[in-house]
Design a protein around this ligand. Structure first.
Ligand code: KG4
Ligand code: ZN
Length: 344
C-alpha cells in the first residue's frame, strides 16, 4: 500500500472472549482490514462461552486471522509501526493467546508492543466511522461483562461515573434469554422476540438505585423475570415469551438511557457515545437517539460490527496510546480483571 511518512499503521489483536480478531488501522481512524473469526456457534451448543474451548479455538485460528488482516489491508509486517493487543479484562486463557502472539510478533520484528484495555477499545470504536468525533463526551459502555458510564475528558482519560453492582447488561440479556428458553447469545434473540411483544405487558422493576447514583443493578430484574415465569407455570398460566422479552428489554433500556442523559447533564456536556455488544440493540439505539434529540445532545454509535468484539477498536485505542508514548515490554501479562484507566 501507499504509506505516507507520517502515517501510523497498527496491527491489532483481540482474543479476550469468543472472537479471534485482527485488524490493521491507519492513524487510529481508518480501518484497512477487520477480520473476526467468531466461535459463537460452537459455544451455543453449551449455552454459553466455555473458556477452555475458547482458548483452544483462538490458538487454532489466530495465525490465519492475522495473515488475512495483513493481506486484506495490503500491508506487510514490515510496514506496521506497532502491535496493539488486548491484555485485559477477559478470560485469562483467551487473553494469553492473543498476547503471546502479539509479543512474539513484536519481538521478531522489533516493533513496539502496546497493551490495550478491552473497554478502552470498545469506547474507541467511536473514533472510526466519524473521523471528526473527539472527546470530551459521555460514553455508555454496555457489554457482556461491563456496564459503565464513563466520562471521557480526553483521549485515554477516563472517569468512571457509574458501574454495575452485580450483573452486566449483556449478562442480564443472556440469563433472561436462557430462562425463557431462547438460548445463547441472548441479546440478539431477546431483541428479535421483543419486536413481536408488548413492552407494557408485564411491570418488571426499572432499577434506578438511590438518588444521584449512576451505578446499575440488573440482578433484581433478572430474578423478577425468573419469579414471574415460575409463578405463571405454577398457576398453570401460559407465558408469552415475546411479551417477557419486550418488557424486560424496556426495563433495561429505560434505566440505561435515563442515567446516561443525567450523567451528561451533570458534567455539562452534550455529546454522547455508546459502546459494547449491547449497543448493537436497536431498541436501545432508538431510545437513546430519541432522548438525545429531546435534550439537544449529539449521539455517536458505532455500526453493529464495531459494537461487538473486534480488533479495529483495539487498533484505534492503541494508536492514541502510541502517540501518547505508551510502550509495553515483553513482560506484559494478561490481567483478567484489569480496571479502566489502570496501568499494569
Ligand atoms: O462487547 P461484547 O461483544 O463482548 C464483551 O466484551 O462482553 O458483548 C457481548 C454481549 C452479550 O451479552 C450479548 O448478548 C450482547 O452483548 N448483545 C446484545 C445484542 N447483541 C449482542 N444485547 C442486546 N441486544 C443485541 N442486539
Ligand atoms: Zn467486548
Amino acid at each position: 500500500m501507499n504509506k505516507d511518512e507520517n502515517d501510523v499503521l497498527i496491527l491489532a489483536i483481540e482474543s479476550s472472549c469468543d472472537e479471534t480478531a485482527a485488524s490493521v488501522v491507519k492513524n487510529g481512524r481508518y480501518v484497512l482490514s477487520n477480520i473476526i473469526s467468531s466461535q459463537i456457534d460452537l459455544h451455543t451448543l453449551y449455552g454459553g462461552v466455555v473458556p477452555e474451548i475458547a482458548s483452544r479455538k483462538h490458538i487454532e485460528n489466530i495465525d490465519a486471522v492475522i495473515t488475512e488482516a495483513l493481506k486484506q489491508a495490503d500491508v506487510t509486517l514490515d510496514e506496521i509501526d506497532a502491535i496493539g493487543v488486548t491484555y485485559g479484562p477477559g478470560l485469562v486463557g483467551a487473553l494469553l493467546v492473543g498476547l503471546a502472539e502479539a509479543k512474539a510478533l513484536a519481538f521478531a520484528t522489533n516493533k513496539p508492543l502496546i497493551g490495550v484495555h478491552h473497554i478502552e477499545g470498545h469506547i474507541s470504536a467511536n473514533y472510526i466511522e466519524d473521523v471528526n468525533f473527539e472527546p470530551p463526551y459521555m460514553a455508555l459502555v454496555v457489554s457482556g461483562g461491563h456496564t459503565n458510564l464513563v466520562y471521557v475528558s480526553d483521549y485515554g482519560k477516563y472517569e468512571i461515573m457509574g458501574t454495575t453492582r452485580d450483573d452486566a447488561a449483556g449478562e442480564a440479556f443472556d440469563k433472561v434469554a436462557r430462562v425463557i428458553g431462547m438460548g445463547y447469545p441472548g441479546g440478539p434473540k431477546i431483541e428479535k422476540a421483543a419486536r413481536e411483544g408488548n413492552k407494557d405487558a408485564i411491570q418488571f422493576p426499572h432499577v434506578f438505585l438511590e438518588d444521584g447514583s449512576y451505578d446499575f443493578s440488573f440482578s433484581g430484574l433478572k430474578s423478577a423475570v425468573l419469579n414471574y415465569v415460575n409463578k405463571m407455570k405454577m398457576t398453570g398460566q401460559e407465558i408469552v415469551p415475546v411479551d417477557i422479552a419486550a418488557s424486560f428489554q424496556y426495563a433495561v433500556v429505560d434505566v440505561l438511557v435515563t442515567k446516561t442523559i443525567k450523567a451528561a447533564k451533570e458534567k455539562g456536556i452534550t455529546k454522547i457515545a455508546m459502546a459494547g455488544g449491547v449497543a448493537a440493540n436497536t431498541a436501545l439505539r432508538d431510545a437513546m437517539k430519541a432522548a438525545c434529540e429531546k435534550n439537544g445532545f449529539t449521539l455517536n454509535i458505532p455500526s453493529i460490527i464495531l459494537c461487538t468484539d473486534n480488533a479495529a477498536m483495539i487498533g484505534s485505542a492503541a494508536y492514541y496510546e502510541y502517540i501518547a508514548g505508551r510502550r509495553d515490554g515483553l513482560e506484559l501479562n494478561a490481567v483478567p480483571n484489569l480496571k479502566l484507566g489502570e496501568r499494569i
